[in-house]
Design a protein around this ligand. Structure first.
Ligand code: F6R
Length: 612
């Protein structure tokens, strides 16, 4: 939440920072601002609105060697010009951009006000600027003033600080909000994540919690929480700048939906061992050498939102293949309970961004209780990927659309691979393992086929249904998490109310909602539960409910029973989620487009939820 960027060097700093803000806009987009030092003065240009607002407020000829920028997702104080960042001190000599929450800002603000500081905004972040001003007065050293300030606050932060008194540097620090430094020649960058800087450099330093850095044009000094200078590894990013562009698609979301045959292939690459009917997973091998896998008594999967839905699918896979009791937990609930976790629990955390605050905290909690913690993460070098014991990157490339699509499919695949790995060591036969491996290899071309065969039809169906304001999504077994995911996609990008339910639960409440104005999107291929699903469909039709059925080519359906039917290829039931997800994503997408929604940046949302 909130994107922050900084640049110092020989290029036009304003241009580099605005470019970075565009790339980070998915983190928040209700207000925007940049701060520069020009002629030894801090100048700030900011307003409510998206990054493009800067085109109207930043002077065209503004060209400085140092700039910081911020794109906001409001926490304290509504979106407004005054609440936008950068925030500054009384004398306008210090400017800061902040991502996170300062929990004790209220009491600090009172003290600072009594001391004569003049506050301009309702934000928690502004206290940082005034505290730094206060301690700069005492130390005459920007880095020291920032360090003392950070020692006084409780909360989370990624910050970049500049001052007209020391115009040759940025001070950078983090605690629970991500910060990277992009290393250049005669220039350096700071950002919430690497997408902001990849156009300029692929050399990245990941800043860890408690660390602070002094970044000049030619130098980067990093200090640990005890203020001791440390050396950190410069990592090389393997994403290309092209991956963060739309490449001819109208939206990132559509591009990412269409990337799924490739992203699925990338996740699978190198992990199938057909000879032994299992998966190659270096992380699992390291975590459970020899026969230690037999110590696992229970599996707990943790995530939020779409990642939690992927986790639910994992529950089916783990129970089927390994026989181990498996639970799926919302990170935000798990972390505040006293969860029963011990060294015999295998904990899997799922996160596309690798930065979700609740997931991170839940995994830390599990680790603290002695569990072995495994991460399924997309963003390389993200906090979760660095904190887990071992993990598996899904390697789907940058996911920019706020609604998760390609990451979901690959998270489910990653869970399947982990489950296959444990399953083969427990009760799954080599024949079944080989069969699964072979089938997984065929999935990318089937996804491609589904994209081609259903897109035009789904667009038409979306046109027909876009006037409805409520939807019910139903599915049984493997299809239930897909129903939940379909409902979430529709809600978040079209703002249409939708509920996902296990189809068998319909009669325990939701059926009361069904009438001619409350359509159902039913996901029911011809699997073990098909006849039960058909009975549910009868119940819906008996109450005049409109019905869209997503089923497979071989399913025998009395087409008079449904209003619209979308067919996908017939495959083994474990694999349906990989292909059912496509029509479900496209349906939400086209409803949202029909409603003129900004699908890549839906209101109130942000891609990386780094607040708790
Ligand atoms: C929904 C969506 C969110 C995320 C959730 C977790 O489309 O994108 O529900 O899935 O915020 O994010 P990660 O996976 O980054 O931890």
């Amino acid at each position: 939440m909130c994107g922050i960027v900084g640049y110092i060097g020989d290029k036009n700093a304003v241009k580099a920072v605005i470019h970075g803000l565009h790339k980070l806009e998915y983190r928040g987009y209700d207000s925007v601002g940049i701060g520069v030092i020009e002629k030894n003065k801090v100048k700030i240009y900011k307003d409510k609105g998206r990054v493009k607002t800067l085109d109207n407020i930043v002077p065209k000829n503004l060209n400085t060697s140092l700039a910081i920028g911020h794109t906001r997702w409001a926490t304290h104080g509504k979106p407004s010009k005054l609440n936008a960042h950068p925030q500054s001190d009384c004398k306008n000599e210090i400017a800061i951009v902040h991502n996170g929450i300062i929990e004790n800002f209220g009491e600090l603000k009172q003290i600072l006000k009594k001391e004569g500081h003049n506050f301009k905004s309702e934000t928690d972040s502004e206290v940082l600027a005034h505290l730094i001003e206060k301690f700069y007065g005492e130390t005459k050293d920007l880095a020291k003033a920032v360090k003392i300030t950070l020692d006084k606050i409780n909360g989370t932060y990624g910050i970049v600080v500049i001052s007209s008194k020391e115009p040759d540097k940025m001070i950078v620090a983090r605690s629970s909000s991500p910060i990277i430094i992009g290393v250049g020649k005669g220039e350096n960058f700071v950002a919430s994540d690497a997408t902001a800087v990849i156009k300029y450099t692929k050399k990245i330093i990941y800043i860890d919690d408690g660390e602070m850095a002094i970044v000049t044009k030619d130098n980067i000094d990093i200090f640990n929480k005890d203020n001791i200078r440390i050396d950190k590894k410069i990592e090389s990013l393997n994403w290309s700048a092209k991956e963060v562009e739309k490449n001819g698609y109208p939206t990132f979301m559509l591009k990412e939906i269409y990337e799924q045959p490739k992203s699925f292939t990338n996740t699978l690459a190198g992990h199938i061992d057909l000879e032994n009917g299992t998966s190659h997973l270096g992380g699992m091998q390291n975590l459970f050498p020899d026969n230690e896998i037999h110590n696992i008594k229970r599996i707990v999967i943790i995530g939020c939102g779409t990642s939690w839905h992927a986790g639910l699918m994992g529950e089916y896979y783990f129970e089927n293949m390994t026989g181990l009791p498996t639970e799926v937990e919302y990170a935000s609930e798990f972390r505040y309970r006293n969860p029963a976790i011990d060294s015999e629990t295998f904990v899997i955390g799922i996160s596309q961004s690798g930065e979700t605050a609740d997931t991170l905290a839940a995994l830390r909690e599990a680790k603290g209780k002695g569990a072995k913690v495994f991460g399924i993460v997309n963003v390389v070098g993200s906090t979760i990927s660095r904190e887990v014991d071992e993990g598996l990157y899904i390697h789907v490339g940058p996911e920019i659309g706020v609604a998760s699509t390609k990451a979901f499919l690959s998270q489910v695949l990653a869970l399947f691979l982990v489950s296959l790995y444990i399953g083969r060591k427990k009760r799954l036969s080599i024949e079944d393992g080989i069969k699964f491996g072979k089938q997984l290899q065929k999935i990318p071309s089937i996804i491609d086929e589904v994209l081609q065969s259903t897109q035009a039809q789904i667009k038409k169906i979306a046109d027909k249904y876009c006037k409805y304001t409520n939807f019910l999504y139903l599915g049984r077994g493997f299809n239930f998490p897909v129903a939940l995911e379909g409902a979430l996609k529709l809600k978040e990008i079209s703002y249409v109310h939708a509920e996902g339910y296990p189809a068998g639960e319909m009669k325990h409440g939701p059926i009361a909602l069904i009438d001619k104005d409350f359509p159902t999107f039913f996901i029911a291929p011809n699997d073990n539960f098909f006849q039960k699903s058909i009975s549910n469909i009868q119940e819906i039709k008996a109450r005049n409910g409109k019905l869209i059925l997503l089923t497979d080519d071989n399913a025998k359906v009395d087409e008079g029973l449904v209003d619209d039917i979308i067919r996908i290829p017939t495959i083994d039931e474990e694999f349906y989620p990989f292909i059912e997800t496509i029509p479900v994503q496209l349906f939400a997408y086209y409803i949202a487009i029909k409603k003129n929604r900004d699908v890549d940046k839906p209101r109130n949302l942000a891609k990386s939820v780094t607040v708790e």
